[in-house]
Write a protein that binds this ligand. Structure first.
Ligand code: EPS
Length: 392
């Protein structure tokens, strides 16, 4: 499956094309729009989120709400365009690049006249398209009881009590089947910051308020998880088929992401082998299983049947009202960095985007193993594999 995204933050619209999505999948537009609304939420988002009501307008690839196997194309209108278009045509060239964004390298690479051309495309606004594409992937995975979840671990210097989560995230985590799991998900979805620790959530809200008043911004860390996948997606056979490498690359492409760690991630270095590796057990109902998941669900570039579990760190947003030291690209005179309306903290939004990005990568590997053409055919191939796993 291939996809393209296009569009600028304050242009007329964003657009996306998905090529290679299987036929026969019923697409619920309301579900896609709910996913787009999830991305807009999160305490600390900028004023833009009160202007936009991101909704998908699908213009090809579906008939009678079902995918046909032809390219799916769609647009997401930028409601703010009508407010901004005059300004964007007449404003002075922006020549004081923001440290931390694409401004200076982008200006130099494309020989721009203004940083405006860079920031319009490098903006995190683009992620609305990938959330829409990820929603198609999540709709596909619903048929296979694959569930996606994300939640905040840290914002600024405020961390959650990770004991809270350990008892919740386990191998057979499935909100579709277990009420306790559904309640855990509901608590996250209803929190201002997608934070499973209500005490920490309040401290984070206070920190975001304080930081905003200081004219500064905040980053943070979140976890993104996918449960219900069989072992054997991806491959050890060639470097570019290793599923963890593909997932890491996609997660790193989310604006503001600076680190990605599977399972114990950065903390893997401090653990000895006999404590780290997830020992293998067998049960006639569970099949092969582990009691730990330090590997984050992937071994040798392939899913191992445990939840895909990735910890992601996002840097603080580069657009600060306080401003940062920079240089006017043309005069070389010292200056303060360009500022315009922006978010103070977009970490919960990045967590939502990571669910979609993970779903897209997993869908590609799922189809690589079980077929690409039609959902019923893929489902038959999947069931054959599950039967094989039960019989070995
Ligand atoms: C965003 C919309 C835009 C982006 C913002 C994310 O908001 P505004 O129109 O207020 O600029 O700027 O992205 C950033 C803050 C950034 O630094 O990239 C959205 O829809 O997510």
């Amino acid at each position: 499956m291939r996809f393209l995204t296009a569009g600028e933050s304050h242009g007329e619209a964003l657009s996306g094309i998905i090529e290679g999505f299987p036929s026969g999948v019923n697409i619920d537009i309301d579900y896609i729009n709910t996913e787009l609304a999830r991305r807009q939420m999160g305490y600390g988002r900028g004023q833009r989120m009160s202007i936009e009501k991101d909704e998908i307008n699908i213009i090809s690839g579906l008939r009678k709400s079902k995918t046909t196997g032809s390219p799916i194309s769609f647009i997401i209108s930028n409601l703010d365009w009508k407010n901004q278009k005059e300004k964007l045509e007449t404003e002075q060239d922006i020549l004081n690049p923001r440290p931390g964004h694409a401004d200076l390298p982008g200006f130099l690479k494309y020989r721009q006249e203004s940083v405006r051309n860079v920031l319009e495309r490098s903006s995190a606004r683009e992620t609305a398209v990938r959330v829409a594409i990820g929603a198609f992937a999540k709709i596909f995975f619903k048929q296979f009881s694959v569930f996606f979840l994300s939640f905040i671990l840290q914002i600024g210097n405020v961390k959650i009590d990770e004991q809270i989560i350990e008892s919740c995230i386990k191998r057979n985590f499935n909100p579709y089947k277990n009420k306790k799991d559904w309640d855990f998900v509901s608590m996250i979805e209803n929190s201002l910051l997608r934070c499973p620790d209500q005490g920490a959530n309040s401290k984070m809200v206070k920190l975001i308020k304080k930081t905003s008043l200081e004219g500064d911004t905040l980053g943070g860390t979140f976890r993104v998880i996918a449960t219900g996948l069989p072992p054997g997606l991806g491959s050890y056979a060639h470097w570019d088929r290793k599923l963890d490498a593909k997932i890491a690359s996609s997660l790193m492409s989310i604006p503001s992401v600076k680190s990605v760690g599977f399972g114990k991630g950065f903390f893997s270095s401090g653990i000895k082998g006999t404590d780290y590796h997830d020992e293998i057990f067998f049960d006639k109902n569970l099949g092969f299983y582990r009691k730990t998941n330090n590997a984050g669900g992937i071994e040798g570039g392939m899913t191992n049947g445990e939840p895909i579990d990735v910890t992601v760190t996002a840097k603080p947003i580069p657009t600060t009202m306080k401003g940062l030291n920079t240089v006017n690209i043309i005069t070389k005179k010292k200056s303060l960095s360009f500022k315009e309306r922006a978010d103070v903290c977009a970490v919960p939004s990045a967590a939502i985007v990571s669910e979609s990005v993970l779903a897209i990568e997993l869908l590609d590997s799922f189809m690589d193993k079980f077929g690409k053409d039609n959902i019923e055919e893929i489902s038959q191939n999947y069931e054959n594999y599950i039967e094989y796993l039960k019989k070995i």
